[in-house]
Design a protein around this ligand. Structure first.
Ligand code: 5GP
Ligand code: MN
Ligand code: MN
Length: 477
């Protein structure tokens, strides 16, 4: 183990104040003994660095999918007191509101005789790759509404139904979005890319619900054993990336202006109440809404393909839920017995609000919000539920995936895309990607064990298992 770390529970470790100079609070991370081999010293330093930022409350936190990221570690959660704290693009990530949604269908594996045809049609309907462009062209004015309304805009344009809006975090539209803080350049990247998946880690997957752990929760979420599901992972494409790039520049200057001492330039930030901090928040929320509209349009494309090829009804393809895993949000949490307004940064972390919390859809309120945790193209993904424990301990947050163990370049050097495609094919998982190199970077071996990561958050109680989903067909960007 890395020097200076204290084990304080079965799945809990502490980075004491002093691990790096200037920490206001200790760092905490959640991990099993089994996963300690995946720990990167660099990511732990990042976790400690976050603890030096003004206004941080309680702990700088990391989930078991922790790995190195820009400024903040991926898997990181940090809450800042609204009046004295800061907001930082490094705590959100370049892909603003990268997130995941889960759809159920009335199909079972037996209905997938035409799996290849379905995958091919999905691949045609949802453009993939780095600069993928959509055949849809929204006007500047429509883009503006999209950035203000998110999912509701897409549904209003005919890309879904009213239930879809209810079943998104924030109802698919963050309040406080200010398109005025989204640059011309960001907009020009956003228009042609709306309705596209993007590259690399983003995916569209056909899955089967293989195991149900919590019947009442699965029932409330509308999921049954043996059901075919679709999972979508993507974000705000070039628009969000550009919003991050633009505001980083402004916030680097603001860091100096407000005399904020940081151990790493990548943590550039500004007070939440400052004009610079508010501008980033407004731009980020606009990009988040674009991402929700994007996932909604992709959902429509999936529905169109499945209704055409499988003869099922559009509205019988139901959205279970849509979560953001790269975002900063203004929320209220109990801190030392006091209701406190905070800004929670979740960077590669998922909100996991428990029963009866604000923003959990009415039909799920007695259970808690659905938490969607993807694994990899060759391993299990999971559906969990949010808990009161998460509200008490992690500002209502949990992990967002398995988390990487190999960087893209390491994976590409070590692993062979063609071999992986063939091996997965033999176990019934069909992969479709622009080229085999894209498969190597995203190989199951490039990620931690999803079952191990999920068992940590389940055993800690910061989210609880509902169902296990297995991949049958994967489209990779
Ligand atoms: P990120 O947003 O950090 O890029 O990725 C989120 C998580 O998605 C990763 O940590 C990984 O566990 C998971 N993941 C990456 N590729 C795939 C895939 O092709 N299929 C599934 N089901 N999960 C994936
Ligand atoms: Mn992303
Ligand atoms: Mn993501």
């Amino acid at each position: 183990m890395i020097e200076g770390i204290k084990k304080i529970g079965d799945y809990e470790w502490e980075l004491p104040i002093g691990f790096v100079e200037g920490m206001h609070v200790p760092g905490r991370f959640f991990l099993s003994e089994k996963l300690t081999g995946t720990l990167e010293e660099g990511a732990l330093h990042q976790l400690a660095n976050v603890a030096t930022m003004p206004g941080i409350i309680r702990n700088s936190l990391a989930m078991p999918d922790i790995h190195w990221g820009y400024g903040f570690p991926i898997g990181g959660v940090a809450a800042f007191e609204y009046e004295s704290g800061v907001i930082s693009p490094g705590g959100v990530g370049f892909d603003i509101n990268c997130g995941v949604r889960l759809l159920t269908t009335p199909l079972t594996p037996g209905d997938l005789i035409k799996k290849k045809e379905i995958l091919d049609a999905l691949y045609d309907a949802v453009p993939v790759g780095v600069g993928a462009r959509s055949s849809l062209r929204f006007s500047e004015k429509q883009l503006e509404t999209m950035m203000t309304e998110g999912t509701a805009f897409a549904v209003g344009e005919g890309f879904g139904n009213k239930d879809d809006i209810l079943h998104c975090e924030e109802q698919g539209g963050m309040k406080g979005a200010e398109p005025a803080f989204v640059s011309k350049k960001a907009r020009s990247r956003g228009v042609p890319q709306c309705g596209t998946l993007g590259a690399g880690n983003h995916f569209l997957e056909i899955q089967v619900a293989q195991e149900i752990y919590d019947e009442p929760a699965a029932k409330a979420y509308g999921l049954e054993k043996g059901q075919i599901c679709m999972m979508v992972h993507c974000g705000s494409r070039g628009l969000g990336h550009q919003v991050c790039t633009d505001h980083l520049q402004i916030l680097e200057q603001a860091t100096r202006k407000y005399h904020i001492n940081l151990p790493d330039k990548q943590l550039a930030c500004a007070p939440l109440t400052s004009p610079e901090g508010k501008a980033y928040y407004g731009g980020m929320a606009a990009a988040a809404n674009y991402a929700w509209a994007n996932r909604q349009i992709i959902t429509h494309q999936i529905r169109s393909v499945l209704t055409r090829l499988c003869g099922i009804a559009y509205d019988d393809i139901r959205l279970v839920y849509d979560v953001a895993h790269n975002v900063a949000k203004i929320e209220e949490h109990d801190v030392d017995g006091k209701r406190t307004k905070v800004c929670v940064h979740r960077k590669g972390a998922t909100r996991a609000f428990g029963p009866d919390c604000q923003d959990v859809p009415p039909d799920y309120a007695h259970i808690g919000q659905p938490v969607i945790i993807p694994g990899s193209m060759g391993s299990s993904s999971y559906l969990l539920k949010g808990t009161d424990v998460a509200m008490d301990r992690t500002f209502g947050s949990t992990c967002h995936g398995a988390g990487r163990v190999l960087s893209r370049s390491q994976a590409k050097k070590k692993l062979q895309g063609k071999t992986i495609r063939e091996t997965l094919g033999r176990s019934g998982i069909m992969i479709k990607a622009p080229h085999d190199g894209a498969i190597a970077e995203e190989a199951p071996d490039a990620y931690k064990s999803s079952s191990e990561v999920v068992s940590v958050v389940h055993n800690l109680g910061i989210s609880r298992l509902v169902a296990r989903l297995e991949p049958l067909g994967v489209i990779k960007g």
